[in-house]
Ligand binder design. Structure first.
Ligand code: NAI
Length: 302
């Protein structure tokens, strides 16, 4: 099999002025893609803005002979999302790849969290994915091709102390993906989620220095690049990665136990008495859509 190439393809990477997004943008460009480098250029908590982050990455791409344009809009407004996609269409005529990567952190234990800290994180991660993906999907549908990445996190998929806003937004993106994978598949548009792990300004003060040295952002790039390639048929999956390790995560459903017969009332005591069987995840499987849950109830419904 040959190299993965993106000649003639256009990639939009949000939050590409630094950290993981910059690494994705550079690799797409090296592999022949024309790239829109979007970045608001604010601080880690989302405050402020500057053009220099996106401009610097565009310069890096141009210096290595690639094509790129900068876009400084925020992902979290409808106009911003439309401008980001318009930047791609105006400069390069299409959008093949969208990596929803922009992100901020406003960590606090839940009891101390302000509504502003909740809303600002939701706004960049979850609303941001809506605002950019909607116009991008419209272009991809016309092309009958697209590859979309949402950036989730182990904080949302598995939990992390002090990040209820971030975890909720990140798991919200998994729900977003689960629905879009069904709506967009017929247009040859695939959407997958990645949960990267890397030292960046977002994590530099939480990772121990010895570990941080090895958790380089670039080690997360190959998964994103492969998922965005035309040859990759994967759709609707979550991949966790870091330091060169890659694995798949999934929301699974156990086969459970039929206590009732869809006629008889079931007292809570019966759930209590059968709880270990109900909660048993041996042989649990991911479901490809919500209707599949009815397979477990089918014997009671026939
Ligand atoms: P980073 O802080 O280096 O990069 C995030 C970029 O997004 C920044 O350049 C920032 O200016 C930009 N950005 C923030 N708000 C924006 C907005 N409204 N519009 C456009 N751009 C905006 O952080 P890092 O680590 O590279 O994170 C990238 C993504 O990966 C984020 O979504 C983050 O939540 C996610 N992630 C990172 C992990 C890690 O270990 N570094 C772990 C799990 C998820």
């Amino acid at each position: 099999m040959g190299d993965i190439r993106f000649d003639g393809k256009v990639a939009v990477v949000t939050g590409a002025g630094g950290g993981l997004g910059r690494e994705y943008a550079l690799d797409f460009a090296k592999r022949g893609a024309k790239v829109v480098v979007n970045d608001l250029g604010g601080a880690r908590d989302g405050s402020g803005q500057s053009r220099s982050a996106a401009d610097t990455v565009v310069d890096e791409i141009k210096k290595m002979g690639g094509s790129a344009v900068a876009c400084y809009d925020s992902v979290s407004t409808v106009d911003g999302g439309e401008n980001i996609v318009k930047a791609a269409v105006d400069a390069f005529g299409r959008v093949d790849i969208l990596v929803n990567n922009a992100g901020i952190l406003r960590d606090k234990t839940f009891i101390k969290m302000t509504v502003e800290e909740w809303d600002s994180v939701m706004s960049v991660h979850l609303r941001g994915a809506f605002c950019v993906t909607r116009p991008a999907l419209a272009v991809m549908r016309e092309q009958n091709f697209g590859r979309i990445i949402v950036t989730t996190s182990v904080s949302g998929v598995f939990g992390n102390f002090g990040q209820s806003n971030y975890g909720a937004a990140k798991m919200g993106l998994v729900g977003f993906m689960n629905v879009l994978k069904l709506e967009a598949a017929k247009y040859n548009i695939h959407i997958n989620a990645v949960a990267p792990n890397a030292v960046s300004r977002m994590t530099q003060d939480v990772l121990p220095p010895e570990i941080a040295k090895k958790m380089l952002a670039k080690f997360n790039v190959p998964m994103v690049v492969y998922l965005c390639s035309e040859e990759c048929a994967e759709n609707g999956s979550i991949f966790v990665m870091g330091a060169g390790w890659f694995g798949k995560a999934a929301v699974v459903c156990g086969s459970g136990i039929a206590l009732g017969d869809a006629k008889r009332d079931i007292p809570a005591e019966e759930v209590r008495d059968n709880f270990s069987k109900i909660a048993n995840l041996d042989g649990a499987k991911p479901l490809s859509n919500s209707a599949e849950v009815f397979q477990f109830m089918a014997p009671l419904l026939s």
